[in-house]
Design a protein around this ligand. Sequence first.
Ligand code: HEC
Length: 186
Amino acid sequence: MKNSNIDNRDMQTLKKLKRSEEMRYFVYILTFICFFLVISVNQEVIVKSWSQEDKEIDPSEIPDEKPEGMSEEDWWQLKAKKPLPYDKGPSTIDISNYTKEIQDIYTKVYTPKCSKCHTIARAINAPYALPDEWMSYIKKMMKKPGSGINPKAAKSIYKFCVYDSEIRKKDLIAKKLAEKKQADNK
Ligand code: HEC
């Protein structure tokens, strides 16, 4: 009788132990899931707040001159937030029929480099089409402090812009050339 009592108790302790071990695993898994959820939710919140920060700058509050004490680099970033009409156009180019080299420039150089300060839409929809125009604009952008555009990247971007304009802005090029001719004839 005594013996079986002990056995019973032992069994119960064993069961309890087993259950507590199961519980422990359960808690581990639960903690892991919660941790994962919190991180992913937070990340979304952070990313959203970043993108909102950009949008929340009131353009009318951007001064015309660099405020005292602001670094040149910050100033150009801020200045670039002044909206231009071209910002509102499409923000991608259909490059499916472009050559492989041009496609690579588009994804690896043009898009990341030219969207650093302002929308890529600005670069895509600006009314520049002639090689000379691109040359002077890309040079201008390259020289801005903190542009992160080196001469090699600038050359590639120039190549892309000229190629892209010949396809997307054929009419504009014809118009600009005709205007040039007319001006020359005067
Ligand atoms: C260092 C920040 C910076 C980078 C990088 C940059 N831009 Fe700009 N961009 C500006 C600012 C600021 C303006 C507003 C006009 C100004 O102040 O010159 C602007 C304006 C423009 C305009 C409109 C110009 C106008 O007034 O009609 C075009 C087009 C443009 N950028 C194209 C590009 C292209 C293409 C690239 C990539 C080669 C590029 N940007 C990279 C800062 C930048």
